[in-house]
Write a protein that binds this ligand. Sequence first.
Ligand SMILES: [Zn+2]
Length: 127
Amino acid sequence: MERSPARITVSRRETQALLVELQRLPSLIERLDKISAEATAAREEIESLVEKADALIDKELLAVNPPKCKLCSSKLILRSGPRGLFWGCKKFPKCRGSMDYGKWRRDALGMLTADEEPEEIVAHVEE
Ligand SMILES: [Zn+2]
């Protein structure tokens, strides 16, 4: 026996009401785009502020706590390597002393994680 396809009965009134509501879609999409653009702008602003704050914090930390090489006591210089920023001895390649930058920073800010031992930070380095 052949089955007839199920029919959905929608009243003309319902259809009309839905069509009226569907006309709101473009303006809803426009609202969404606007909100999305605002969110992107706000995120960019936040990122820029965080960057500025980080730079200022670094500057302050360096003024208060310039790190010294653990091997030869020379000044450490902030360098960029494949794994990110690190402190390298000024006397490189004669001295291979280095220190993890992120850890030094967290230590100086009192933000070391529970499993991290503090780096040795010497208060002041004379040029
Ligand atoms: Zn050194």
